[in-house]
Every structure is written in C-alpha cells, then in structure tokens.
Design a protein around this ligand. Structure first.
Ligand code: FDA
Length: 309
C-alpha cells in the first residue's frame, strides 16, 4: 500500500483528474466523510455539532494553488464571511480558521507573496473582529521560507497567528526552536506532501523527528498544537506535557474531520483541548487525495463510488 502514496500524491497535483473528480456527483458521498459539505451553512452546522460534543474547531475553506487574482479575492471574502457568521453564532471562542497561502495568491506570478500577505491581513482583521485566531497551513517545501516569512510579518500586527510546521522536513527542529516563544501558536504535523530525501526524512525517521520537535515545543514558551492521529505521537505529547508541567489549557491536540472521531471525543473527555480541522467547499480534490495517500485503504471506498450507479 505504501507504493501507492507517490502516485496518489502525483494525482493530487493533476488539474485534469481534479476537474473530472470534482464534476462527478457520485464522488460526493465518499468525499463527505472528510469534508463538512460544499457550503458555508454546512461548515457552520458541523462546527455547531462538534462544539456541542466538547470539541474545538478550525475551519478550512477548500482551495489551493489559485491561478487568478479573482479567485484569491473570492477565497479571502469566503473567510471574512464565515468569521462574521462564527461571531454571530457565538462560536468564535471555540472555532478559528486555517488558511493555505496558495489559495489566496501566494503562487501567482510577480507579486504573489504580496497578494497573499494582503489577503491574509484581511482575514486576520476579520478574525480579530470576531474574537478568534488564524492558523496558516504549510504546503510543499518550496513554499516553507515564503510562508514563514509571511507568518512573521503577520505576527508583528497579530501575534496570535499560528503556523504549521511539518516534522518530515529536516529543517523543522530548528524552526521549532525559533517559534517556541511566548504566545507563539505552532501546529506540529508529520507532513502530507511527496518530498525528496534531500529535504525530508522518510519512514520511521519522521516519527523520531516528530518526537524531537514535540520535545522542543512542549519545553518552550509557546502554545503547541499537536496535530496527529498516531497514538504513539499522542502518547509522547501527553508524557512530555506532564514532564514539562504543562496545564491542559497551555497546549492542544488536533485531528482532521472524519478521522478517528471516537478518539477525538475521548481525548476531550479526558480533559484535553481537542480541535478538529474541518474543510468545506467545492475544491476538495487536492485535500481528499492527500487523505487517500495517507491511508490507501480509503481508496477502495472512493473507487467504488466512481464505478457505482
Ligand atoms: P499517520 O499517517 O501515521 O496515521 C496514524 C493513524 O491515524 C493511522 O494508522 C490511521 O488509523 C489514522 N489515519 C491517519 N490518516 C488517515 C486517513 N487519511 N484516513 C483514515 N485514517 C487515517 N499536513 C501538511 O503537510 N500541512 C498542513 O498544513 C497540515 N495541516 C494539518 C492539520 C491538522 C489538524 C492535522 C491533524 C493534520 C494536518 N496535516 C497537514 C496532515 C499531516 O501532515 C499528516 O499527513 C496526517 O495528519 C497523517 O499523519 P498522522 O500524524 O495522523 O499519522
């Protein structure tokens, strides 16, 4: 099954396959296992349910690798709108948003970084008005420097902006040291893209790196967000939290919508903060294909949906 990871991640980048899959109505029921729905009301309904179950939420308006200024602007507006609705619903204390910079123009030729920074600032202003936070997702390694640069700029005005660091990158332990400072929100994940050995650990070395990064973050002054479904990583975080005398409000666990939901509730019931990453919208293809690559067993359900009437 591990052999399927690379082709699935390559398929995740194919615009042709994306168009076919996103247009097929048959795929939607399978996709909905991992995605809250196509619309903002879907996202708000799922947010309500999760909060009702004692969980926290981060909402992701699906989209990535935006190719037009217009599309980047409409993604920013979607975030502004959902933040207003979260505040109206009284959910902003428990629900924030996650943003991919490539969805708001980072890879546009010319001044893409500036466009993404301006868009991210608008989202941060909307989050501040709603009384919540923003976390910046991390994409493939060619974007890490640019993304962390934008995060540093945003933090000058909005110190609560969070960033994702990926344990599979060899640079990440050093990045954890830089970001383990007071007030700094860091979401540590293993990493979901196909990365070369020159920059990324492979296989079990990723887990060793995750443990080292956890050690740095939990011993530091910041607010670590432990994003993993792996019981070994969760156990490591729990024991490091005890060793570093962390209180339950000084770090949190995070998982993706639809993955290990019983465990999500169990961790919350044990007195920890557990935040669920909830994607919504039509542009589910790249996100969904990365979930398939993590667990090719999911592929069977997806293929069945494509072939069934
Ligand atoms: P691992 O993949 O080893 O999974 C452990 C166990 O979890 C599996 O054995 C299985 O039981 C279950 N599981 C995991 N994935 C599953 C799936 N797709 N379907 C069903 N079961 C599954 N990555 C990135 O590069 N940039 C980012 O910004 C983010 N953001 C992010 C936010 C949050 C909140 C989370 C939880 C994850 C991310 N990721 C991410 C994804 C992350 O890098 C990683 O690919 C996945 O979390 C899978 O890694 P695990 O640590 O869960 O371990």
């Amino acid at each position: 099954m591990a052999l399927l990871r690379e082709p699935l991640l390559a398929a995740a980048r194919s615009p042709k396959l994306r168009t076919v899959a996103e247009k097929s109505r048959l795929t939607r029921p399978v996709v909905d296992r991992f995605v809250a729905g196509a619309t903002e009301p879907d996202a708000l309904r799922v947010t309500d349910e999760l909060i009702g179950n004692g969980l926290y939420v981060t909402l992701d308006f699906l989209g990535e690798a935006t190719t037009s200024l217009e599309q980047a602007g409409s993604t920013v507006r979607a975030y502004e709108s959902v933040l207003v609705e979260l505040a109206k619903a009284g959910s902003a204390e428990r629900a924030e948003v996650s943003v991919k910079l490539s969805a708001i123009g980072q890879s546009l030729p010319g001044n893409g970084e500036k466009i993404a920074l301006d868009g991210a600032r608008r989202i941060c202003e909307a989050a501040a008005a709603a009384g919540t936070t923003v976390t910046v997702d991390m994409e493939d390694h060619t974007t890490t420097d640019s993304t962390l640069g934008i995060v540093r700029e945003l933090r000058a005005d909005f110190p609560w902006v969070g960033a994702v660091l990926q344990a599979y990158l060899k640079r990440t332990e050093a990045d954890c040291r830089e970001f383990a400072t007071a007030g700094s929100r860091i979401r540590l994940c293993k990493g979901a893209y196909a990365e070369p050995e020159s920059v990324a650990f492979q296989g079990e070395a990723v887990e060793d790196s995750y443990r080292r990064c956890l050690g740095v973050l939990l011993a530091g002054e910041g607010y670590p967000m432990v994003a993993s479904h792996d019981p070994a990583m969760i156990a490591a975080a729990r024991s490091l939290a005890v060793r570093n005398s962390r209180t339950s409000d000084s770090f949190e666990f995070q998982m993706l919508f639809g993955i290990r939901p019983d465990e999500q509730r169990a961790i919350a019931a044990a007195g920890h903060r557990m935040r669920v990453y909830v994607p919504y919208g039509d542009e589910w293809y790249g996100y969904f294909m990365r979930r398939l690559a993590e667990r090719p067993a999911n592929l069977t359900f997806f293929l069945r949906s494509l072939t069934s009437k």
